[in-house]
Design a protein around this ligand. Structure first.
Ligand SMILES: [Fe+2]
Length: 178
C-alpha cells in the first residue's frame, strides 16, 4: 500500500479515536443503557462477599463491576453485621437504612443505637467521620443498606481510610498468610 493511501485509511478511521467522537459514543451507550439496562438488580445475581469492612453485597458499585444497569453513579450495598465490622473513616453525607436486627455504630467515638426500620445518617465534617458497626443480637446478624452517590463523594473529596479491618477478614487473611 502506497504511503498516501495508508494516510487516507488512517484519516478515515480517525473519527472514532478523537475525544468528541468518544464522548458521543459514551452518550449513546448511556442512552442505550437507559432503554435496555437491568431495571431490577436481583438478590440472586448479587453475591455477598467478605471484604475488608465486613460482609457486603453490592447491588450497585458506581460502575466498578456492575455496568449493565441504567444507574451507574451510585453505590448501593448491604452490610451484614455479624458481630463487629471493620472501622474506617470517610466523608459522611450518606444514608444507611436498617433492614433487620438491632445494633449500634460508634461515630467519631459516640455510640448511636439503631434497629430495624431506622435510618442512620453520617454527618459531614472536615476530614470525614470514623465509624464502626456492632450487632447486639448474638443469635442473628443485623442487616443494613447504604446509598452513596459517587458524584457527591468526589465533590466532598471523600477517601476511605481503613483504621481496623473486620475481625473475620483479618482472620481469613492471617490464615492465608497475607
Ligand atoms: Fe463507612
Amino acid at each position: 500500500m502506497a504511503e498516501s493511501e495508508r494516510t487516507r485509511v488512517r484519516e478515515r478511521g480517525a473519527p472514532s479515536l478523537n475525544a468528541y467522537e468518544m464522548g458521543m459514543a459514551r452518550d449513546q451507550a448511556w442512552a442505550e443503557r437507559q432503554k435496555s439496562g437491568r431495571i431490577v438488580v436481583r438478590l440472586a445475581d448479587t453475591p455477598q462477599e467478605l471484604m475488608r469492612q465486613g460482609y457486603l453485597r453490592y447491588y450497585l458499585d458506581s460502575g466498578r463491576r456492575v455496568l449493565d444497569t441504567p444507574l451507574q453513579n451510585w453505590s448501593v450495598f448491604t452490610h451484614e453485621v455479624r458481630k463487629i465490622s471493620g472501622k474506617h473513616r470517610h466523608q459522611g453525607g450518606l444514608i444507611i437504612y436498617v433492614i433487620d436486627g438491632t445494633g449500634y455504630s460508634v461515630v467519631d467515638g459516640e455510640r448511636v443505637d439503631w434497629e430495624k426500620g431506622d435510618l442512620v445518617l453520617l454527618p459531614m465534617k472536615p476530614g470525614g467521620v470514623e465509624h464502626q458497626h456492632f450487632n447486639l443480637n448474638p443469635d442473628k446478624p443485623a442487616l443494613w443498606m447504604a446509598f452513596i452517590h459517587q458524584g457527591m463523594r468526589e465533590y466532598l473529596a471523600s477517601e476511605v481510610q481503613q483504621t481496623e479491618p473486620s475481625p473475620d477478614w483479618k482472620a481469613r487473611e492471617d490464615q492465608a498468610g497475607r
